[in-house]
Design a protein around this ligand. Structure first.
Ligand code: SF4
Ligand code: SF4
Length: 69
């Protein structure tokens, strides 16, 4: 079964506050060289969790798999 639910960050909106990085308890996020979060373990993401999207202050997080077909 293919995994298709994981966060996708819009770096145009992301401020690098790292709220998502600090919030996620599953190690989905790592850091880029510029200090912004990077999705490094998409397979660890809990399907339909959505927690990091709720805490992101700039609406920069969407989910692959959450896009209407
Ligand atoms: S949706 Fe949940 S499990 Fe997935 S990255 Fe965000 S906080 Fe972590
Ligand atoms: S919470 Fe939103 S703005 Fe802050 S680092 Fe994560 S994606 Fe960027």
């Amino acid at each position: 079964m293919a995994r298709n639910w994981y966060p996708v960050i819009d770096y145009e909106k992301c401020t690098g506050c790292l709220t998502c990085f600090n919030f996620c308890p599953h190690g989905v996020y790592g850091l880029r060289e510029d200090g912004k979060p990077l999705v490094v373990n998409p397979d660890n993401c809990v399907e339909m969790c959505g927690g990091c999207q709720k805490v992101c202050p700039t609406g920069a997080i969407r989910y692959n798999g959450d896009i209407a077909e």
